[in-house]
Design a protein around this ligand. Sequence first.
Ligand code: NAP
Length: 381
Amino acid sequence: MTFTLRWGIIATGGISTKFAEDLLVDPSTRGSDVAHKIAAVGSRSVASAQKFIDRLRSDPSPNQWGEDGWNAWGLGNGVLDGAKAYGSYDEVFADPNVDAVYIGTPHTFHHANAKAALLAGKNVLCEKPFTFDLEELDELIAIAKEKKLFLMEAVWTRFHPIAYALQDLLKSGRLGKIKRMSADFSMNYQPDTRPDSNRMIDPEQGGGSLLDQGPYPSVWAMLALHQLPSNTDTDPRVVASYQRIYERSGVDAASTWVVSWKGLAEATLVTDMTASGYDDACVVITCEDADVAIAYPPWRPERLTIVPHSKYEPGNIREREVKEYPTAKAGAGMHYEADEVARCIRDGKTQSERMPLAESRITQRWLDDVRKAGGTVLKTA
Ligand SMILES: NC(=O)c1ccc[n+]([C@@H]2O[C@H](COP(=O)([O-])OP(=O)(O)OC[C@H]3O[C@@H](n4cnc5c(N)ncnc54)[C@H](OP(=O)(O)O)[C@@H]3O)[C@@H](O)[C@H]2O)c1
């Protein structure tokens, strides 16, 4: 029988909406062997939780991908049957019908929310960035370990087809040795047009580009360099960094940092909430015989190009190759990470081999180091 994971979703904002929509997508459209159910939704107000569930049940308009009938499979297959609306997060954590909690609150609340869920005995999938800092993350890891519960940072990009394809390409050795790489998540949020309460502006919510966007350039560095079989550096550190401050609230408008994997290569990682990203390439991996460029966006790319070197220094690869790796036939692509959680819990695992806690610790430390050196104003809630 197909294993079905029963989710409790906390917070009814933007990303929780996308995650919940994806749970209603037919798992066979991505060849999945697990299924999902939304058992409970928690919000700071019960009306908001109920509205969230009602929209999932009844919204006839196309979803963000222009797909009509995006909820039809889920409704026909009981994904929302009996879903409870709660006016607090704690009620979700206490619900015996919830196996795993998805945390979609602003960054600075992740630690408190995940801690409360774990202490209540729930498995946890927590949005990125995992926590405000490494100290908070280490506390969560210790609680999960002690209680033998599953815990994972929701870095959905790791589970997309292009992520596996890139790693296969790099491991194949076709492109020769990796020399260095860069990865950039820029997006013009037009911060001047946003209210002080916006989570990208507000220091209390962990505002700024680094914490929000930083996990994306980081994921490509972790996949391309850290996980390379020839890498022997288990603790890659930031060797240089710079932050441009957004004067209105003191958060960072943009951050740049360099990470070194000793004996292997360096990655230059960039976030910017004031400029648009370069469409043709958000990730560039420079190799001996050709380069790899991954087209924007860094959170859900679908195209990579193998780019031969110039005529001045040609490598062994002479033809440009464009390769497409579509993310899914239906949905946003967040269901892949949900499937991973379901499989791990089904199989009795307390962490994912694809998104291990040790790797979340590494990237969380980078964010800490860049933030401390950059002098941004951020406070924990
Ligand atoms: N994986 C991805 O691609 C992705 C994309 C976007 C965001 N995220 C992450 O998801 C998290 C949430 O982002 P979002 O864009 O969904 O934010 P959002 O739209 O502002 O929603 C955040 C929700 O958190 C709850 N909340 C609890 N305390 C709050 C407070 N003091 N102020 C404001 N909201 C509060 C609210 O829900 P209730 O009122 O229902 O309690 C609110 O709707 C962030 O950590 C972000 O980094 C991930």
